[in-house]
Ligand binder design. Sequence first.
Ligand code: GLC
Length: 541
Amino acid sequence: MTQDTLLARASHEEAGTRWWRDAVIYQVYVRSFADSDGDGVGDLPGIRSRLPYLAGLGVDALWLTPFYVSPMADFGYDVADYRDVDPLFGTLADARDLIADAHGHGLRIIVDVVPNHTSDKHAWFQAALAAAPGSPERARYIFRDGRGPEGTEPPNDWESVFGGPAWTRLPDGQWYLHLFASEQPDLNWENPEVHAEFADILTFWLDLGVDGFRVDVAHGMAKAPGLPDVGHANQVEMLGTAVLPYFDQDSVHDIHRAWRRLLDSYDGERIAVAEAWAPTPQRLAHYTRPDELHQAFNFHYLTAAWDADELRQVIEESLATAGEVGAPATWVLSNHDVKRHVTRYGDGEQGLRRARAAALLTLALPGSSYVYQGEELGLPEVLDLPEEFQQDPQRLRGEGAGRDGCRVPLPWDGEEPPFGFGAGAASWLPIPTAWRDLTVAAQTADPASILALYREALRIRRDHPSLSDGELRWEASPPGTLVFVRENGGRRLACAVNTGTRTARVPLNGTPLLASGPIHVAGGHAELPPDTALWWDAEEV
Ligand code: GLC
């Protein structure tokens, strides 16, 4: 069957199926996934060469982090040309080939779009720098005069997410706003030119065949009128817990409504997922109202502790708030901005045990799940990267430990770094030698590996009708545990998780399907050791 026939069949079969409501979407951090040309940096042909691995893993779609032309001040989240591929990552032809090949493997492609800011090397910002204060060129960004007698104080008290003031002063005396690094000037979304430009950028990639967008900083484009002071220092501590004059403003939703109309004008259910650090699940749900984006990352789940009560509360709240607007909930444990969850959950053996149990919990929940590359290998955060390799602007600007430790390249095979990541001698961040046992090849040979667990869980998730979009029913269970049932099409799958410190006994009314660790089954019960989860095919009770 030709690729066109395959695609035509896929789009015919899936028309109207709302594929995204229960899709498992794998995040490819392009720089660190697979390197085809031996320069130590991952690239698009590298991803293409690993599509069989991703299809075999059993995910539905890939989200690719930015691969556009960029000076890489924030590793691609500073875009200089939104319609072309950075030579480090390949060419536009490579992007086309990757999209076509992924579709041939039954994998959809979601690309990142970065609308809150551009790179300072973007033609628009360069023109703004060359133009005078008050010019139309400067009106595409947020330029202001400073405060104080000589204008030497920033226009307001806003702080950069990466630390320090959110304003940088130019030699001519004006200041420009950058909520992130100074190389990432914020766009002025009150300017119709900015709207038109981004509609055109989205159209460019939709025409190239992408299935959707991950919208970077989707809560940031609209700023409060008059740019009022926050009135507090350490604003980074308020991120995701308060509405700030620069984040989660109500007017940002008009932009998303316009984008939804554009997406809906295409066939094939093209989607958008919001990266929005909203203070509450209620406010997060605003991003997924029926005329807005399709999904929003659930960072409340990501930040929850490994604790049955806390997890249950987040799950219930997420399902309820997403349900109210008719959107699927999403579940995410890790991404390229946060400490990997093996390490968050305690690191070492314990962290890995919990990560295995968390995989079964997450993949049994109603809605769409995100898998960050390497989580299927149980990769921990690399906490001891040599100083000279640490390049994250967040760390360089003084905010936190930095995000390099979750971005270390994937180990594919072999006994020595860079473990098949690329043909070169090294990778842009060094891979720990201890990852010899965590390579894809090593884990493929081991039926007890976390990779084998993910493959099996994803296979069951695809085949078991109860795990499609739908309801969840909680069952009574001992303290420190969660037990719920999913039911659909006359089939039931139950999931039990023990986050406690003692073995828990849960009633088992059916046939075990998959366990995250050793369990004991006897007399209609399962004994779950701490940090263990179990799926079973449940009979009606
Ligand atoms: C998002 C990205 C992060 C980036 C920031 C600025 O939070 O996930 O990696 O640094 O936006 O674009």
